[in-house]
Write a protein that binds this ligand. Structure first.
Ligand SMILES: *[C@@H]1O[C@H](CO)[C@@H](O)[C@H](O)[C@H]1NC(C)=O
Ligand SMILES: *[C@@H]1O[C@H](CO)[C@@H](O)[C@H](O)[C@H]1NC(C)=O
Ligand SMILES: [Zn+2]
Length: 326
């Protein structure tokens, strides 16, 4: 078979580790000299005031009733063609883009200013000792986070999208650990061994329905929304973030596969496991995090259902003592 048919393609990566000298970025777990606190030296935007991730403080959410359900299109079909899984030296990434507009997987509605097509998904995780989500919830980090990156369909290229504050829409999903595996993740988890070194990639045996990676559809109404950035350099402040309340369940062993299978770019003969590939929360500054119509309100009862029940009961309790009795 020709190069096209090779299952594994070894990409030549430019120097990645010589960060301090070579102008490359990394995570502290790879080399503190090029970790997140140094990114702004490489790219001033990383020191901007609309950076991601952020801590989502559920006591300070602002309800936005205009944030209804997101419309997921083609999330329920396995597209023809191939999906390539790659270790890009910072994460494991699944490319979703298709050349054919008719095959685009898109999101719209839910307060998004237009339609956005899926480009890629990737993950952020911790170590055997600690959680590794990027967004935090009330100050707590969760075990892992999935990002599905979408680009506004009115832009043709990523470079063009990066020129506009509404250029990208990223969906973020937290994970929670379960004792049983989530078999919907078998294809991705199975492919990790094929991309254990930085620069490796592999075509997955088959595509699959993207919605199988998400929580059940009935749980996708609850989400948090804010305006932020890419969480890796160049940290472009062009991302409409949607972070879902409901976590995805993943088996303990499956999570372990992420933490222990992949490696950062080798620094000489030294192989360093890819762990803690998350950026810590950035200042919210003057921004607000909005809660969708169906998201759990802080300290208050969740959603509409319980409110409807509670209000008449409260009213009744207030009125009854004053009612004239026959
Ligand atoms: C992926 O790796 C496994 C062994 O871990 C191997 O059996 C399989 O052929 C590889 N797949 C591809 C497409 O290279
Ligand atoms: C890690 O995440 C779990 C939820 O899956 C949580 O119970 C635990 O407190 C988290 N650990 C830390 C140190 O935040
Ligand atoms: Zn990400």
């Amino acid at each position: 078979m020709g190069t096209q048919g090779l299952g594994i393609t070894f990409l030549t990566l430019p120097l990645v580790v010589r960060a301090a000298t070579g102008g490359q970025w990394c995570y502290d777990s790879q080399d503190p000299k090029c970790g997140p606190s140094h990114w702004k030296e490489l790219k001033a935007t990383c020191g901007g005031d609309k950076q991601s991730p952020v801590n989502i403080d559920r006591r300070r959410l602002q309800r936005d009733s205009a944030l209804g359900d997101i419309l997921f299109e083609r999330y329920d079909q396995a597209p023809p063609g191939k999906w390539r899984l790659a270790n890009d030296g910072h994460t494991v990434m699944l490319s979703l883009a298709s050349e054919l507009a008719s095959e685009h997987i898109t999101i719209s509605s839910g307060g998004l200013p237009g339609r956005y097509r899926a480009l890629q998904l990737h993950f952020h995780w911790g170590s055997p000792a600690g959680n590794g989500s990027e967004h935090t919830l009330d100050g707590h980090q969760l075990p892992m986070e999935l990002h599905i990156v979408h680009m506004n369909v009115k832009y043709q290229t990523l470079a063009e999208a990066k020129g506009h504050p509404n250029g990208l829409a990223v969906l973020g999903f937290f994970f929670q650990v379960s004792e049983t595996p989530n078999t919907n993740y078998n294809t991705i988890v199975g492919g990790l061994r094929n991309v254990s070194s930085a620069g490796q990639s592999v075509d997955l045996a088959s595509t699959f329905r993207l919605d199988t990676l998400l929580p059940p559809p009935s749980r996708l109404s609850g989400y948090y929304r804010y305006q932020g950035s890419l969480t890796t350099p160049d940290c472009s402040e062009v991302v409409i973030w949607t972070v879902f309340e409901e976590p995805v369940a993943i088996g303990r062993e499956q999570l372990r596969a992420f933490v222990s299978t992949l490696h950062f770019p080798a620094d000489g003969p030294r192989l360093l496991k890819m762990t803690n590939n998350f950026r810590p929360p950035q200042p919210l500054g003057g921004r607000k995090v909005f809660a969708s119509r169906a998201a759990t309100a802080s300290g208050a009862p969740p959603g509409r259902g319980r409110c409807h029940l509670l209000f008449p009961l409260l009213l009744l309790a207030l009125l009854v003592p004053f009612s004239p009795h026959p």
